[in-house]
Write a protein that binds this ligand. Sequence first.
Ligand SMILES: [Zn+2]
Length: 218
Amino acid sequence: MADRPLANIAPYITPWSGEAVDASVIVYSPRGGIGYAEETPWDRDIDGVLWTRRSFARGAGTPEYAAVHPQRQRQCMGGSLCQVSGEPAHENAQGNLWLLDEASAAEALQGRAVGAPPICADCVPVALERCPELRKGYALLRVGTPLIAGVHGTVYKRGPAFPVAAGKDYVPYGTPRARWVLAGQLYAHLRDCTPVSLDEVLALLDGASPDLRRLRHG
Ligand SMILES: [Zn+2]
């Protein structure tokens, strides 16, 4: 699906400056909550939550590392794809592989929903090498039961003519606020977690990778 050279530049879920951010006005939906004036069936997920629109042109312009491409993040989280390469995440009997920074790992293990999708074994070395957040500390986990729980996005409230943005937050599915959020990321509870050592992951890989040699030899 995604090719290796692009994954080496920026993760699959990272948006690029050439991917246009949609500027459509958010209106009141006839079904309650918010909507787009010209809505298509692709603007909502199966739970009826409205999603941020962003075009697809991966590799165009420069990567926006601090942001997340809404559709590609959702595709990875919902479809168990690697957030770095877009390939299937690594899976064994204990579940899919997750590589989380320390803060996200702590939240996940406390039972809070997180927005980081899983990873494939091939991408673990490149992520550890290039992601500044992971260099500060990380956890590798096998997740037996990832439960899609809600979305993170911009929550709207009633305004004089149009709904107005009232900040970003996590909103669980099935709550009244789910009609008022413009989703940017899909969040999941990571249940049945088993810690995995880096050596266990590296053992899955071909020792010829330069990133891998650097990790093994320091
Ligand atoms: Zn990958």
